[in-house]
Design a protein around this ligand. Sequence first.
Ligand SMILES: Cc1cc2nc3c(=O)[nH]c(=O)nc-3n(C[C@H](O)[C@H](O)[C@H](O)COP(=O)(O)OP(=O)(O)OC[C@H]3O[C@@H](n4cnc5c(N)ncnc54)[C@H](O)[C@@H]3O)c2cc1C
Length: 458
Amino acid sequence: MNASSHHNGSFWFDELGIDPQPDPEPLPARTDVAIVGGGYTGLWTAYYLKRAEPGLDVTVFEADVAGFGASGRNGGWCMGAAWGTESLLANPETRSRGLALQRALFDTVDEVGRVTQAENIDCHFARGGTLRIATAPFVVERHRREIDELHALGFTEHDFRWLDADTTRTRLNVPRNHGAIHAAHCAAIQPARLVRGLADTVRRLGVTILEGTPVTAIRPGRVDTARGAVAAGRILRATEAYTASLTGHRRTLLPIYSKMVVTAPLPDALWQEIGLGNRETFGDDRRMVIYGQRTLDGRLAFGGRAGYEFGSRRRRTLPPDDPDFDGIVRTLRGLVPQLAEVPITHRWGGVLGVPRHWRPCVQFDRRSGLGWAGGYVGEGVAAANLAARMLTDLVLERDSALTALPWVDDVPPRWEPEPLRWLGVRAIRAIGARADWIELNRQRPSRFWGGLFQRLTG
Ligand SMILES: Cc1cc2nc3c(=O)[nH]c(=O)nc-3n(C[C@H](O)[C@H](O)[C@H](O)COP(=O)(O)OP(=O)(O)OC[C@H]3O[C@@H](n4cnc5c(N)ncnc54)[C@H](O)[C@@H]3O)c2cc1C
């Protein structure tokens, strides 16, 4: 990969066999709807707008190639969950809106499955649910309490189920297993296949995707790009962790790295031993989130949250000798020791967007014609589909159940200027890492550091 490459560095682009080059079409003089960003948020929004109003002229502006960002690099958990929902459910005043949001998120996993099937997007969608492993005895009580609380809210055994250690072993055979929560509303996908398939689909519907066209500024009625200006009736920002590239948005969303590795394909005998026969995704209770999936071609893809770089710096791709990768491989092999001798073939990373209030937002202002969706805190594979449907309804001025959901107009405050931003993120990371260390090594709940982390991250 050289400096001019538009490969995003991920295994997923290699699995697809693509090294895409932008083919920038001429800029139109005007468009009805301009969407900035060719990831899930932008492309799903283009999809639903065009399906609802085929006559609408929709143009997607993408700095690189469709799927260059997080949508083409992620862990492929298409999950019916989103950051911030838990606190809505915990508060009696917001509970009913939280329940509506949670159910909409569950439905979103089905919606992604339905549309990808209808549009022939072969994204390796497998609805095996997700396993949250209790890696220490004390976690069992916490998980069981959590399930009881969820059931008391009306969720069923199908939605969230406790699996004892023996049953868990039949799903995922790892030594630090004291049981697991199985959450049904999650599918494993090949993320780049979804985003590239969506790009093909919307092109077929008549959407123009202008790849290789970085937008420099947005103002009512006008999109400024590195190649010239375009007049637009409505302009929707879908730039997530890259939002700081737009004039005036340096402090809107914080780019946090998440980094991944994938193993070589495992022999069938090893999969027999490890499990994940339904391609369940898996993780544990760590605050420094980890996530794994069995790929359709029999590899194990695994990742973890990493850091923030001063000044919201975003690197296009990461070098394979980035020191965080060793830690991710160690964590993976610690969790699944059967992988000790299995080679790692790819290492890559990307940035996800974090808003100051740590929950997604969807906004559209009818007067200015400006809108945006994002702030998924690294849980955007399914959430971007839901946000796109919400944004579509707002743009088309349709009052719906979706426009009543809590993300609408829940606009985050701006992040602090540097160096406060950098210091704050470092402090939050250190607190989360401390809580994880205590729980993993002392095998007891970290009430102080864990509680502090939760308060700081919503
Ligand atoms: C390594 C990693 C693992 C993850 N794992 C998961 C997971 O398993 N499950 C989950 O739910 N979420 C996961 N996430 C988060 C998820 O991938 C994102 O929330 C989601 O893809 C966001 O989609 P998006 O379209 O909003 O943003 P992106 O996919 O980042 O798309 C934004 C696009 O905008 C373009 N762009 C930016 N600025 C400009 C500009 N000025 N002009 C034109 N174009 C611009 C970018 O090039 C990019 O293509 C992960 C993220 C990472 C990085």
